[in-house]
Design a protein around this ligand. Structure first.
Ligand code: FAD
Ligand code: NAD
Length: 466
């Protein structure tokens, strides 16, 4: 009889866990994946990336039809009305198809889905749904959940104070939505409900939106979202909330201290970040400690301090992004199989899927300056022929390069398709490109991506179209 039930057991079937499971099985390892949710795919497929993008797409179509963008091109859609149930139905359909797709891939690759929440008994065994299962290697891929805000209690069922999961499931368009947190979730979901007709106020603790992004991009983001009609209360904190009937009253204070004010809303979205899922895992049974941020630390191979226990995705340090989790999932499976799995954590692109999109990879200008002398090239979308033709000229591309070597250190884009554009920048940087390499690469015309070529030309001061 085999020493263990499985070669690899993965806890959690989000982008980190399910990808690790499929790759491990592809490499010939006997693999199981424990998932407590009813469906596979984790936060991303069930209540994250996929449903939010479905609503972002639907609401963009609605806004284009209802607010004149289509009419500008002579497409006259009279009396545009919203059937929110249909839009929510499309979202549910996408989620169902994609989560079902993972179930199909598990079967195809012979990954056993252990239904239930797993808890460690020791470093090589877990209990799932009352059964003990053993494995030579166990990968923790339990992901993250919403960070609560003390004094502002979320109740998704009531739909008045909600988190991202509740905000994705609203069955009415709020009159006034207050978003607490001007980060990615706040701006994406705030955009959805603003486009569908809500007045949206964003309350952000810091003086700028989108922490982690380049300073100039963060400033431009505030201008763009204000122009679209969002009210921004920057440098402001929420100190409490009360609900009466169908209304919430929030108490706000300047972050630096000062006089309090109140704000009424019929929907409040709490989006102040996410924290790793570690409770109930039984980490004490295997002697695995957390860092000060409640995360599981790993080495470069995604091995924890406990022999045979590995970890990937939102539960370990780094940006909480699906593609980062997926790449780590592939790498950990390859490392377990004795291959060399590597993730370049310096080049994880980040995208905010609003309109326009905000995307970046590598260093911000601020961080690059701290490391040494730099050159910066910028090109406005206003001067890009395709953006101008489409009448979507907000934004710019900015390329930061090392002053001596010309090696590209960071690329930032604000453009309608910035999320697609950033892939070429990431690939160029992965290959160690200089700004000159990008400037002398032929880009198809007319495309938004030509703005990346022109920004690269601007690094040495010679763009053509401005
Ligand atoms: P998760 O996806 O969180 O999966 C972990 C899984 O583990 C869960 O299904 C959970 O049920 C399960 N689990 C936990 N504990 C146990 C246990 N003890 N036993 C068994 N199962 C367990 N990222 C992007 O890159 N692009 C986006 O557009 C994007 N949009 C987002 C929108 C929203 C609204 C949210 C909330 C997040 C979004 N993210 C996005 C972030 C992305 O969802 C996460 O970074 C990603 O899902 C992390 O993957 P993971 O595998 O580490 O964890
Ligand atoms: P976030 O970290 O992006 O933003 C949270 C914001 O809340 C920050 O700006 C922070 O300063 C602010 N904040 C914190 N406490 C506050 C308070 N008391 N009052 C007011 N503001 C406060 O977090 P998020 O938007 O909740 O997203 C969570 C994670 O999900 C992120 O790590 C993100 O990467 C991921 N995500 C990614 C995407 C994407 O890739 N497009 C989309 C959604 C979510």
């Amino acid at each position: 009889m085999a020493e263990y039930d499985y070669d690899v057991l993965i806890i959690g079937a989000g982008p980190g866990g399910y990808v690790a499971a499929i790759r491990a099985a592809q490499l010939g390892l006997k693999t199981a994946c424990a998932e407590g949710r009813e469906t596979l795919g984790g936060t991303c497929l069930n209540v994250g990336c996929i449903p939010s993008k479905a609503l972002l797409h639907g609401s963009e179509l609605f806004e284009e039809a209802a607010h004149g963008t289509m009419a500008k091109f002579g497409v006259m859609a009279k009396e545009v009305t919203l059937d929110l149930a249909v839009m929510q139905g499309q979202k549910a359909g996408a989620v169902k198809e994609l989560t079902g797709g993972i179930e199909f891939l598990f079967k195809k690759n012979k990954v056993d889905w252990l239904k239930g929440y797993a808890q460690f008994k020791d470093a090589h065994s877990v209990e799932v749904a009352g059964k003990t299962v053993t494995a030579r290697n166990i990968v923790i891929a339990t992901g993250s959940s919403v960070t609560p805000l003390p004094g502002v209690e979320v109740d998704n069922d009531k739909g008045i104070i909600v988190d991202s999961t509740g905000a994705l499931a609203l069955d009415r368009v709020p009159q006034h939505m207050v978003v607490i947190g001007g980060g990615v979730i706040g701006l994406e979901l705030g955009s959805v409900w603003r486009r569908l007709g809500a007045k949206v106020t964003v309350v952000e603790f810091l003086d700028a939106l989108l922490p982690g992004m380049d300073g100039e991009v963060r400033k431009e983001a505030a201008k763009i979202f204000k122009k679209q009609g969002m009210e921004l209360k920057l440098g402001t904190k929420v100190t409490g909330a009360s609900v009466k009937g169908k209304k919430a009253t929030l108490t706000l204070e300047p972050a630096a201290g000062g006089a309090a004010e109140t704000l009424e809303a019929d929907c409040v979205l709490v989006a102040i970040g996410r924290r790793p899922n570690v409770t109930g895992l039984g980490l004490d049974k295997i002697g695995l400690e957390l860092n000060a941020r409640g995360q599981i630390e790993t080495d470069h191979d995604f091995a924890t301090k406990v022999d045979g226990v590995w970890a990937v995705g939102d539960v370990i340090p780094g940006p909480m992004l699906a593609h980062k989790a997926e790449d780590e999932g592939i790498a950990v499976a390859e490392n377990i199989a004795g291959l060399t799995g590597i993730v370049n954590h310096d080049l994880i692109p980040g995208v905010v899927y609003t309109f326009p999109e905000f995307a970046g990879v590598g260093l911000t200008e601020e961080a690059a300056k701290e490391r040494g002398e730099i050159k910066v090239g910028k090109f406005p979308m206003l001067a890009n022929s395709r953006a101008k033709t489409n009448r979507e000229s907000d934004g710019f591309v900015k390329i930061i390069a090392d002053a001596k070597t010309d090696k590209v250190l960071g690329v930032w884009c604000i453009a309608s398709v910035a999320g697609t554009m950033i892939a070429q920048a990431t690939q160029a940087m992965e290959f160690g490109a200089t700004s000159e390499d990008i400037a002398y690469t032929c880009h198809a015309h007319p495309t938004h991506s030509e703005a990346i070529k022109e920004a690269a030309m601007a690094v040495t001061g010679k763009p053509i179209h401005i």
